[in-house]
Every structure is written in structure tokens, then in C-alpha cells.
Write a protein that binds this ligand. Structure first.
Ligand code: ZN
Length: 118
């Protein structure tokens, strides 16, 4: 069975975002968030109490925020509805497809260097 896993760090453009798992996520004066992205501290927070499976939706949502920021799409970055829709489709695509395969590098045949001494 395919199992999506959330990495410890996700690189978006040139920035590495660390995934952290706090007990509560507070934005402004609200604390009922399942996830958040902080583009200053370069962290994506996902609720600790969620199961790995439950964390996937908020993870992809926050990832899309990060993608829009990286693409300099400020209006979309702030549009929760668009972020939510794109996040859901991205989650589905990542769940239903394989993008990676193991690549076995061809061993280069090293020619032994023979040094002649005169
Ligand atoms: Zn959001």
C-alpha cells in the first residue's frame, strides 16, 4: 500500500521549511487551526494531536501557501479558498501517483591509471 509521509523538512524554492508539531496553533487570537506556515521562521506547524493521516490535509494546504509565496502570487497566497482547493487536488495527486523511482547509477568503469616511471 502506498503511504504518503510528511518529510521533516520541505524545500520550497530556496527555503527549507521545518515541519513542527505543536500542541496548539495560534494565529492572531484564534487557536483552532490544524496547520500554519510561518514564512519568517520557515516553519510549517501541524497539530501534534492529529494522526499522521489527519496531518496530510493541513500539510498540503500549508504547502500550497508556500508555493504561492514562492511564485510571488500574493493574492493567491492570501486566498484561503483557492489554497484549500489546490491543496486538496495536490494531496489527491500525490496520493494516487508515483513520482519517484529508484535510480541505479551506472557504475563507471574506472580505468586504472598506470604511471610509468622513466
Ligand atoms: Zn490557509
Amino acid at each position: 500500500m502506498k503511504q504518503l509521509t510528511i518529510p521533516d523538512v520541505v524545500r520550497i524554492g530556496a527555503d527549507d521549511f521545518k515541519i513542527v508539531y505543536p500542541e496548539v496553533i495560534i494565529i492572531g487570537n484564534k487557536c483552532d487551526y490544524a496547520g500554519s506556515i510561518n514564512t519568517e521562521t520557515k516553519q510549517i506547524a501541524l497539530l501534534e494531536e492529529y494522526t499522521p493521516e489527519q496531518r496530510l490535509s493541513p500539510f498540503f494546504h500549508e504547502l500550497v501557501h508556500g508555493i504561492f509565496r514562492e511564485a510571488n502570487l500574493r493574492e493567491l497566497f492570501e486566498n484561503e479558498d483557492v489554497v484549500d482547493r489546490v491543496g486538496r487536488v495536490l494531496h489527491q495527486i500525490m496520493r494516487d501517483n508515483y513520482f519517484y523511482k529508484d535510480v541505479v547509477e551506472k557504475k563507471t568503469t574506472r580505468k586504472s591509471v598506470v604511471r610509468n616511471r622513466g
